[in-house]
Design a protein around this ligand. Structure first.
Ligand code: ZN
Length: 273
């Protein structure tokens, strides 16, 4: 069984609305709860090994904790908190925007947020945190031509390899979780070993599923039936993250993901959505 991959974007809300501290305290409680319950976070290299050679059993429940977009606030209070409980995480960077403001995000939020810069990224990489690609400029890859999508994937990977070394060049998280077989092939051709999509995977290492944490509540019924620890994880970690995808595809993804989880567990065929 492959370890679950949790996907967070931003922890906490805008400071001027006064909710930041509350949301961060919830995240902190969740991480401490997971650590106390024996959960282990994987490095990207360890996760890659689990994907190519899935272990038959795991002595401890394991997960890959991932953050998209690489906001500067991660290094201010999220990474230190994770380090305190012995956790690590993988952050998917929008490489053209490292050290800059989030002008790529202008259609989705009016707020100007800073991204991590290379010095800070380097310091946390030395402490065992992983970094990988979220493309160069965060386009929806499925809307691009072959050459445009390939250029996004290649430019980002070249930057990461040049700045951070080969370990940072092995994985990409597709913006908005938007991928299809064409994008998987372009990612593979660009040199990526792992590709992370939305809530739905297809078994390929270039089309891995991730669970945006705010969706875990929706899956609480099927997860509640599970005895492998995922139910506990689902009930414990909720409401702390934002989108892994946007728009109507979110609810379609939730429905198919929930039926995918529920189907095999209840011995009924999952509906073909
Ligand atoms: Zn993103």
């Amino acid at each position: 069984m492959r370890p679950p991959v949790l996907c967070y974007h931003r922890i906490g809300g805008p400071a001027e609305l006064g909710v930041t501290r509350v949301a961060r305290s919830i995240f902190a409680r969740q991480m401490r709860g997971l650590a106390r319950a024996g959960w282990r976070t994987l490095t990207l290299a360890e996760f890659s090994q689990r994907v190519t050679r899935p272990p038959s059993r795991m002595p401890h429940p394991e997960l890959l904790l991932s953050f998209d977009d690489g906001y500067a606030s991660l290094a201010e209070d999220i990474y230190p908190l994770l380090a305190d409980v012995g956790f690590t995480a993988t952050t998917f960077l929008i490489t053209d925007y490292v050290g800059r403001l989030n002008t790529w995000d202008v259609r989705y939020t009016w707020r100007r947020l800073a991204h991590l810069d290379w010095d800070t990224i380097g310091r946390w990489q030395e402490r065992g945190f992983d970094f990988a690609s979220h493309t160069a400029s965060h386009p929806r890859l499925t809307w691009l031509s072959d050459s445009e999508a390939a250029a996004e994937l290649e430019r980002s990977r070249d930057t990461l390899r040049h700045r951070l070394g080969p370990e940072a060049a092995r994985a990409v998280a597709y913006p908005f979780g938007a991928r299809d077989e064409r994008i998987d092939q372009l990612a593979s051709a660009a040199g990526y070993e792992l590709g992370f999509g939305g809530v739905r995977g297809n078994g390929s290492p270039l089309a891995l599923a991730r669970l945006p944490v705010y969706l875990w509540d929706v899956g609480s019924v099927p997860f509640g039936l599970r005895k492998d620890g995922l139910g506990w994880l689902g009930r414990t970690v909720a409401h702390a993250a934002h989108r892994c995808a946007v728009g109507t595809s979110v609810m379609q993804g939730v429905r198919s993901w929930v039926s995918g989880v529920r189907g095999p567990r209840t011995q009924h065929p999952a509906p073909d959505t």
